[in-house]
Design a protein around this ligand. Sequence first.
Ligand code: ZN
Length: 456
Amino acid sequence: MTLNERVLAMKDDLLACLQENLRIPSVEDTPAEGAPYGIACRESLDHALKAAEKLGFRTENVDGHVGWCEYGEGEEMIAVLGHLDVVPAGDGWSFDPWGGEIRDDRIFGRGTMDDKGPSIAAIFALAALRDSGLKLQRRVRVLFGCNEETGARDLKYYLANGGEIPVMGFTPDAEYPVINGEKGIINVTYSRSYQQTGELKLLSIQGGTAANVTPAYAKAKISCSPDLAQRIAKLYAPSMKFSLRDYGVQVEAFGVSAHGSTPWQGENAIGRLMLALDNLPFEGEMQQIIHFLAEKLGMETTGKSAGIYLHDDVSGDLSLNWGTLNADEEKLSMVINYRYPVTKEYGDCAPALDALFAEAGFEKAAEAHKAKLYIPADSDLVKILLKVYKEHTGIDGKPVSIGGGTYAKSLPNILAFGPIFPGDEVREHKPDEFIEIPKLMKNAQIIASAMYEMAK
Ligand SMILES: [Zn+2]
């Protein structure tokens, strides 16, 4: 039997195992002893490890954060990284999200695609590889994370507790052909307090819902004399609305929402609001703050006016998304989500932005940084994955760079590879999540081949 045939021969066992795991609603929940992400995540991990044991693999449970099974000998180890935690079911299902029902050659349930399907497939891929008797130079490990969806603390724990780092590997938790570049992502919160002077007084600003979403709506409440309010309420600007209120005037800005990794596909309502407020006769500190924000950020999406524009040919421009702004009469706080190109560094942009805001009197209240990931197209890993992809699909794949971050960032030497094929609908996190059984088996075959090519 070829390796491909061996994988296919395990189809019934693979499906039964996946169905069992799909019936465990492993959404993050209150921590318990040995279950840092809740009892169900721990049960899902125990189930996968038991399945691997039954197939004859050595396993380890790293305190309920992550577990792994392994086969082979050798100094070096290659890895397949999956995760067993899932997002909540949500509404709109026509199947039981925790049922693992099979209908029309599809298997339905939360996690079928993201990421229980590929994770369970990897266990059986490893069994097929072992049974094939093909010679391996490196150990092959399948890692089961339990906290991908809500913070990736699982792999942080693994690394902090001496978890072995693979020499290469992949995570089947995104898409084919292969993602070899992921921009560095910075979420920064700047805040500033002020004393207002002059006839116009800002009461509040509310804009945006999250750092990584381009805001579609922002509004400011401004108190002023009835005369001035009358004049402002008569103003007109595209996608803006000025309305008389008993306290003075309300200014609303409308934009177009987009994902924070592609802000150029949207229109930033906060930036639009700031450009409009910059035309009103604020005075003193408030005038300076509004002018600074309108001029340095405005509706820009590449950080040019803020002096942090970067570009490379692999991943394009630095992207900047002004995600939220909240202000009252005395202070404001805002979050910017920006992403630097894969061949650049944190130091190429963050210090400059911090200095700009510091000079304008802002304080950096918080920051989260996820470093970029980049493994060049001519590396062994990318070449192996694309070769395997071509063997199984007939397609010459090109590596892709993205602005979003995948699970690959959680462990060194890992790239995102599968399970979604180009042109397929993305069903992760949506109702009626399913995977076609032929595609699940195709994924299992690809995983087995890639394990072999990396370990041989
Ligand atoms: Zn996932």
